[in-house]
Design a protein around this ligand. Structure first.
Ligand code: CDP
Ligand code: CDP
Length: 224
């Protein structure tokens, strides 16, 4: 079989991007972080002081916005209108607001269109919330990663501590729960497991365990 598309969905800090990067590297595929695209738009909307509950100004803004994922020696970089915003889009402010931007149907429509162009040629590992259900519904492999909210908050906390950032475990847990709630309850393409997705509970699994399980699925599909 030729190059395929691998869709990885799941809630915040389930391990999607870490595992997606490993799988993409092993297969020499492109990794596409769709969350980064919603984060970049959120950053621009905040910089432009837009009201995030109003859909039309956000859609208009998106139409005049280029968001690029560029591969570099140091991993994937995110460019917003030709400016590197890789670090800025991970700020707490963007994290706390991104789900309000991502819930608008017309914003999603435009983002999905852009993401489908990126996935057109296959050879991609794409992660997000609606990849298996809306962006690449015909992906050859669909994975849905989950983990308990305690474990996910612990992971983000450990990440912050390792980076030397201040971090409050209880606040992180609340922020993750709030984002999960908005993402799963929204009307447009909510976070939901595609019927044909393979669910992996990563709570007690290492990153490599999860990557191995996905690569085993790839081997099965490839060998037919
Ligand atoms: O990495 P983390 O799980 O914190 O989030 P992300 O993948 O960067 O996504 C940030 C937010 O963007 C999510 O909480 C969703 O609100 C939104 N998102 C989405 O709606 N659809 C996607 N395909 C990807 C992200
Ligand atoms: O992309 P997503 O928000 O789903 O999660 P991530 O950013 O890939 O993972 C969040 C953190 O959990 C990272 O620091 C990973 O190293 C860690 N992780 C883990 O400890 N065990 C796993 N099985 C997967 C991820």
């Amino acid at each position: 079989m030729n190059r395929i598309a691998i869709a990885i969905d799941g809630p915040a800090a389930a391990g999607k991007s870490t595992v997606a990067k490993i799988v993409a590297e092993k297969l020499s595929y492109i990794y596409i972080d769709t969350g980064a695209m919603y984060r970049a738009l959120t950053l621009k909307a905040l910089q432009s002081s837009l009201q995030l509950e109003d859909e039309h100004p956000l859609v208009d803004l998106l139409h005049f916005t280029t968001i690029e994922l560029r591969q570099s020696e140091n991993g994937q970089l995110v460019f917003l209108d030709d400016t590197d915003v890789t670090a800025e889009i991970r700020s707490q402010k963007v994290t706390n607001n991104v789900s309000y931007v991502a819930k608008h149907p017309e914003v999603r429509k435009e983002m999905v269109k852009r993401q489908q162009v990126l996935a057109e040629k296959r050879g991609v590992v794409m992660d997000g919330r609606d990849i298996g259900t809306h962006v690449i519904p015909d992906a050859e492999i669909k994975i849905f990663l989950i983990a308990t909210v305690e474990e996910r908050a612990n992971r983000r906390h450990a990440e912050n501590v390792a980076k030397g950032f201040s971090s409050n475990l209880e606040e992180l847990k609340k922020e993750i729960e709030q984002r999960d709630l908005i993402d799963t309850k929204r009307e447009a393409a909510p976070l939901i497991k595609a019927e044909d997705a393979i669910e992996i509970d990563t709570t007690a699994l290492s990153i490599n365990d999860v990557a191995e399980q996905i690569l085993a699925e790839v081997s099965k599909v490839m060998t037919g």
